[in-house]
Design a protein. Structure first.
Length: 393
């Protein structure tokens, strides 16, 4: 047993590295290969001649740059009634207009379209000013001009895109700019200017109204890079329209084509002796129903549907307008209520920041009509049914 243990010990001892007879063999050295300069040059050229592997990088989609406009005008006014002359105004109409406008920076003008009498002007300083860009309210005049020239009919649909077609009624309802740009270019600057002047733009709307300023209409077409006549017909670009001019034009649409001078009685004596003064008769009676359809659609489901938030008992025909200039945003709404007892034209014009726009002006008109209706204004004007221009012609 002892001899067995000694033999195992000797066997383990001799198996350790460094022991006699167990020295590890040295690795054979590999001879180094030295490349010549000529070979290196060839290898470099060969490497350069190989096609590079394609690398695929994910392309970024171009991002649309958001347009941001800074507005500096305030949408609020301390008191819209300061300095107003009210002795000759209808007290019920004025009270409704003042209440509807509230403290917003704007004006409300209400007119009897069958006589041209101004029933009220809230914030007369603004109402009688040189006005502002009419924005999309000018589209009504453009539509009547196109109908008068035979360029379109009620059923005419214009192709605006690959699969987009639109007629006048829908274009007015949703205030489609592309439609009226096409119409404007087809009419041309001279025709648009002619009809605009016929509708009272470029001249005073009132008859001896103290303090009234004149709006402006361009004598030359906009440069093509600024949109030309198409931009003028879709946005009212380069036009300055006063609230009185818009009220007079809308009155002519409401009464069938008679453009009256607007008169603002300043006393009860002037109210008693009031006599309408006709400026001119427009040959548009046959086309008014086609435009009225679009103005009706605007109130029912289009850009002016905010009218119905407050009033829906009587037919309202209207057109909104929204645009901006020099840090001030404009909100327009021109309309007329068409009742069995008569009509009344209302123009609301607002100024301010991004919270001001055409539908807001339409909402104020709805409040105004609601107040008149609740105070029996329409019923008090008489029980004789008046022909509804927008529905029966």
């Amino acid at each position: 047993m002892r001899s067995f243990i000694i033999s195992v010990f000797i066997l383990v001892l001799f198996s350790l590295p460094g022991m006699a007879g167990n020295t590890p063999a040295k690795k054979k050295s590999t001879p180094s290969v030295t490349e010549s300069a000529k070979a290196k040059s060839k290898m470099t050229k060969l490497k350069a001649s190989r096609p590079r592997a394609k690398t695929y990088s994910k392309k970024r989609k171009p991002t649309r740059r958001r347009y941001y406009e800074r507005f500096t005008a305030s949408p609020y006014a301390y008191d819209n009634t300061v300095g107003d002359v009210v002795e000759g105004e209808d007290p019920l109409v004025r009270a409704a207009a003042v209440e509807a406008l509230g403290n917003l920076n704007g004006t409300v003008v209400a007119v009897d379209p069958d006589t041209g009498r101004v029933l009220t002007m809230v914030n007369q300083k603004l109402a009688l000013s040189e006005g502002a860009q009419p924005c999309s309210t000018f589209k009504v005049a453009v539509g009547l001009a196109a109908l008068s020239e035979g360029l379109i009919t009620r059923e005419t649909e214009l192709k605006l895109g690959r699969r987009t077609y639109m007629n006048l009624s829908k274009a007015l309802a949703v205030s489609n700019n592309a439609y009226f740009e096409v119409i404007g270019r087809r009419l041309g600057f001279e025709k648009v200017s002619y009809y605009a002047q016929q509708f009272g733009l470029g001249e005073l709307a009132g008859y001896n109204i103290e303090g009234e300023h004149l709006g402006t209409f361009p004598t030359e077409e906009l440069e093509p890079k600024l949109g030309g006549v198409g931009k003028m017909c879709s946005f009212g670009e380069s036009i300055n329209m006063t609230p009185l001019q818009l009220a007079a034009m809308t009155s002519a649409f409401a009464n069938g084509g008679n453009l009256y001078y607007l008169q603002h009685p300043r006393s009860q004596a002037e109210v008693s002796g009031f006599q309408p003064k006709l400026k001119r008769t427009l040959d548009i009676a046959n086309y008014i129903p086609d435009v009225a359809d679009g103005m009706d659609a605007a109130v029912r489901y289009g850009t002016a549907r905010s009218v119905s938030y407050n009033f829906s008992e009587e037919p309202i025909f209207g057109k909104t307008g929204t645009c901006s200039k020099d840090g001030t945003r404009f909100g327009w709404f021109t309309s007329y209520a068409n009742t069995q007892y008569g009509r009344i034209v209302t123009v609301v014009f607002l100024r301010g920041d991004r919270n001001i726009y055409g539908p807001k002006a339409a909402e104020i008109s709805g409040k105004f009509y609601r107040s008149l209706y609740d105070h029996q204004f329409f019923a008090a004007r008489g029980s004789d049914r008046t022909t509804a221009i927008g529905t029966s012609q």
